[in-house]
Design a protein around this ligand. Sequence first.
Ligand code: HSE
Length: 308
Amino acid sequence: MKKITIHSPATIANLVCGFDILGLCLEEPYDRMELKMNDSGKLMIKSLGAHSLPEDPLQNTAGVALLELMAQVSPETGFDLTITKNIKPGSGLGSSAASSTGAVVAANHLLSNRFSREECVRFAMQGEKLASGVKHADNVSPGIYGGITLIRSIFPLDIVPVDYPPLFVTVVHPQIEIKTSDARQILRQQVQLRDAIRQWGNIAGLVTGLMRGDYALIGRSLEDVIIEPVRSILIPHFDEIKKAAREAGVLGGGIAGSGPSLFMLSADRATAAQAEEAITAIYNRIGLEHHSYVTTINPQGCRIISES
Ligand code: HSE
């Protein structure tokens, strides 16, 4: 029986202006997943860790992603999956994607990497459909490719890895839960042309700034005139936090995925730590429980820890 243990990292979707089309992979937090391959033709799931998950494969984002992969291999191939969930569901840090990408990457490895990264993204997107009703790929792509990815198109899938300069990420996670499906439902379905023009200017500016290592351009482009004005009402003290982080010297930032976590990008670790201090001071003042991290971009995505 072949067995593998991997770390499946948190991811940040949208990167402020790129709703559903940009995402980055974080060094931490991450889930730990153990997958054993057998010849039962069945999938069994066990959930451990701080946050419990459904163990019915059809109700579990890792489960539906693995079932999609299993439909493409010999019918006797079966798996036992144990998920130790550290990334809180409903945090905005790609918890559902960490489950589905981790399971798919682990299974693909046990199957001698017979599927391409793009095919793995396609399997993992089934998990996003289960979690949010929509097959968005801006968490699963960076989880599988690592680094920063642009999802130019979903149908057909067109994933473009984006180069980036050294960046430090401050993540603050207020301990409230926002379901992605709810945070999508409140969005307006129509966009004013002038807002669209500003937004695509920002997206192009952000991608160019990342590729050139132009920190000032990255900072100017981290602006969202379409989604953030609606979703920020769900996040306590959002405007005050953004202001405090800017004053601490971050390049910019905003809502992580569909929230409630916030993230800020900085060019150096000291600034990222100052921003963490400034933001946590606000949440301490109002008595809102939160977790925070200063971390970096994970260039690799899911990481194999051991295999036997
Ligand atoms: N792009 C998705 C959204 C990401 O913002 O709804 C969810 O993590």
